[in-house]
Design a protein around this ligand. Structure first.
Ligand code: SAH
Ligand code: SF4
Length: 346
């Protein structure tokens, strides 16, 4: 089978035998990649037209009790600057965002014990009451089923929890023993059963990732069928155990993103900040590889630089309005347009 035949088959069947997927990932030309992107764009156009949805990202705490080896917010990083936004500050971000046309707020943070279920539920209830027409997305890491349930009942609709890698052995090389692959998977199942729209995802090029790991990731996505998938390159952070590791390659990230569009035609795929960090045109290239979501930052400028997951993270100096219109220009420069509705999956 040639790569073009594999791409055709993948589009038609929405799956590919592991052996053929391996061959496609392992060796392809720039021309093969362009053909894949064109097919992925066509599929995305059939489902979503030229729309790109906005999600307003509120990075509300840089405290984290975990020690993931890849992340700049890890507990063991004594040089990380820690902050948390209080309820009033979070609501101010939403107010600003609403005026700028945002209809999804994404509350993301480290796993910060200060934010108990009661505190979080109050914040979620407040946002739900003031903005009944908006989607509330949470991205707060691993919690108990009861906690996920309480936050859902308070009004949250979506949850982003990247699975990071679907290969248990690889998972154990990215995380200390206190974090388990089994619990990550338990969380994703609970979120799904409770009724959240669920996003999972992984870093491309994380240390130790092999083609087999990527094949496991794709098989997991096919089985789990998440509503959203967050994909970005791994990027090293200087104060982590992975400081000297190479960043994930842009081309492979784009290639995997387009493959995911063909596996899951209705999936919501963000052109991530990490893509924009690895290359100045990374997010535009992501859109051209079939991404259909952008996530401008709504966090107060004063805290932006403190939410450093990896080195050289972009968009840390601009006000929310600047970020939003900068992304709008970028989206339009590659022939798409911003949609200001909630952007639920098709
Ligand atoms: N604490 C929550 C959410 C914040 S971290 C959680 O872990 O789920 C959000 C995501 O940032 C992680 O899922 C991870 O995939 C990504 N991330 C962390 N460090 C990164 C790095 N060095 N390079 C690229 N992405 C990274
Ligand atoms: Fe904490 Fe999330 Fe970073 Fe892990 S990836 S250290 S859980 S913020």
């Amino acid at each position: 089978m040639t790569n073009l035949q594999r791409i055709e088959l993948l589009e038609k069947e929405r799956t590919l035998p592991r052996k053929e997927m391996r061959a496609l990932l392992e060796s392809h030309t720039a021309q093969d990649a362009e053909a894949l992107f064109a097919r992925a764009r066509a599929v995305r156009a059939r489902v979503y037209g030229k729309a790109v949805w906005l999600r307003g990202l509120i990075e509300f705490t840089s405290h984290c009790k975990n020690d993931c080896y890849y992340c700049g917010l890890r507990r063991g990083n004594a040089r990380a600057e820690r902050y948390r936004l209080d309820r009033t500050e979070i609501l101010a971000c939403c107010k600003n965002g609403y005026a700028l046309g945002f209809r999804t707020f994404v509350l993301q943070g480290g796993e910060d014990p200060f934010f108990t279920d009661a505190r979080l539920a109050e914040i979620v209830r407040n946002i739900r009451t003031i903005y009944p027409d908006c989607a509330i997305t949470l991205s707060l890491g691993e919690r108990s089923r009861a906690s996920y349930q309480a936050l859902f009942e308070a009004g949250a609709d979506r949850y982003l929890l990247r699975h990071e890698t679907a290969n248990a052995a690889h998972y154990a090389t990215l995380h200390p023993a206190a974090l388990s692959f089994e619990n990550r998977m338990r969380c994703l199942r609970d979120l799904r059963e409770i009724g959240y729209q669920v996003g999972c995802g992984f870093m491309v090029g994380s240390p130790g990732q092999t083609i087999d790991c990527l094949l496991d990731d794709l098989a997991f996505l096919q089985a789990f069928r998440p509503e959203m998938v967050g994909i970005g390159p791994f990027l090293p952070h200087k104060d982590t155990p992975f400081a000297a590791e190479a960043p994930g390659p842009l081309e492979q990230t784009l290639f995997v993103l387009a493959v995911i569009r063909l596996l899951l035609p209705t999936v919501l795929l963000p052109a991530t900040t990490a893509l924009g960090t690895v290359h100045p045109m990374g997010r535009e290239k992501g859109l051209l590889a079939s991404a259909n979501v952008v996530m401008p930052n709504l966090s107060p400028v004063l805290v932006r630089k403190k939410y450093m997951l990896y080195d050289n993270k972009i968009c840390t100096g601009e006000e929310a309005a600047e970020c939003r219109f900068c992304l709008q220009r970028r989206v339009e420069s590659v022939g798409f347009h911003i949609e200001t509705s909630r952007g639920d999956p098709a």
